[in-house]
Design a protein around this ligand. Sequence first.
Ligand code: GDP
Length: 440
Amino acid sequence: MFDNLSDKLDKALHVLKGHGQITEINVAETTKEVRRALLDADVNFKIAKEFTNRVKEKALGQNVLTTLQPGQLMVKIVKDELTELMGGESEGINLSGNPSVILMSGLQGSGKTTFSGKLANFLKTKKSKNPLLVACDVYRPAAIDQLHVVGEQINVPVYSDRENNDPVAIAKAGIAKAKADGNNVVIIDTAGRLAVDEKMMNEISDIHKAINPQETLFVVDSMTGQDAVNTAKAFNDVLNFDGVILTKLDGDTRGGAAISIKSVVNKPIKFIGTGEKMEAIDIFYPSRMADRILGMGDVVSLVERAQEQFDEEEARKIQKKIAKNKFGFDDFLSQIQQIKKMGNMKDLMGMIPGAGKALKGLDIDDDAFKHIEAIIYSMTPDERSNPSKLNASRKKRIAKGSGREVQEVNQLLKQFDQMSKMMKMMQGGGGKKMMQMMSG
Ligand code: GDP
């Protein structure tokens, strides 16, 4: 996420690292580089200029009052200003209605339908809501099908009416259906166009007036940079929406949209989309995002994700198995599944402070575990529970079956063996033993 911007800001802030004190000259030099980094990331010129002016003012003003090194001071100021620019505190969504109606708006391809599903899934699993999805795109039958597919994936009902070509009537009927069926949230997915046009704006505006939603969200593809900001402005003029959803932040986004959008429309970014899967949704926290942009990682989010995926029952089962020496490759596989649920590897690594920089240029596979999984899937169930049975001819067969080298199979077995030993030690109150092992 924002690799290029992080890199350039890091270089800009490096200017001050060797300096003992802040001077007008070194601050000017640093802020010039910061501004250039922002412009390269497709941040609006005016915003970038105001931003660096504020940073400069603060840096010169605070110089005498702090014990921080000039480099650290500048990082702190830039971080605070970035946080402020992206929205300060994070804001939730209004779920006070019964049902609460959420209207989705945005261009075609922005990720509206995908996000409607992600939000329904989020509200269902995290907020114990009982949502209904409503398909209001009357132009593209495929869009209705897509919402049904999404609904099935997350087990959330979808209302659509293929005979009706009036989106206002469908939206109203959807809300009536939610009331009848006891759904306390209604998420209305609407039709988008490839670019802003009057007909689309009139239509979304008509739906908005007719249903008076608790929450109107504008979905935008962060890859589109400045265009994202312009589109947001056009939609906001018509809808006066409540919040922005930035999608596709997992891709090669430059960051301009995330940084500029709040100050242009004066509406908070509420969620971000970080992948095509239904779980790839995150609440937007300006300060955590600023940390990530500055390469400071986002440990809080990382720990939260780990906690979300942590399955207590599963952990207890595994502990028992370790104690009985029964930890096998099937358990190993299920551990891998849990890690994978936390997100893609590159994304996770980026949350570790400093790791982003260290890993730059390294090609981290989206599915770093796929070779390991292939090897394990080529084992018989009996071999998975009893790895000691794996003799040379079995290893050869497994290598062939998984399309990997025997060497890799051996390596995995070795790692597995070490891991099993370590887990056993940790469990048996073996902290001391472990320390001995590590120091020896
Ligand atoms: P809509 O036309 O606005 O409803 O857009 P869709 O929901 O159909 O999304 C358009 C494309 O973008 C689809 O291929 C989605 O899988 C993809 N997409 C949506 N959100 C994300 C995201 O956060 N990350 C990535 N990588 N792809 C996304």
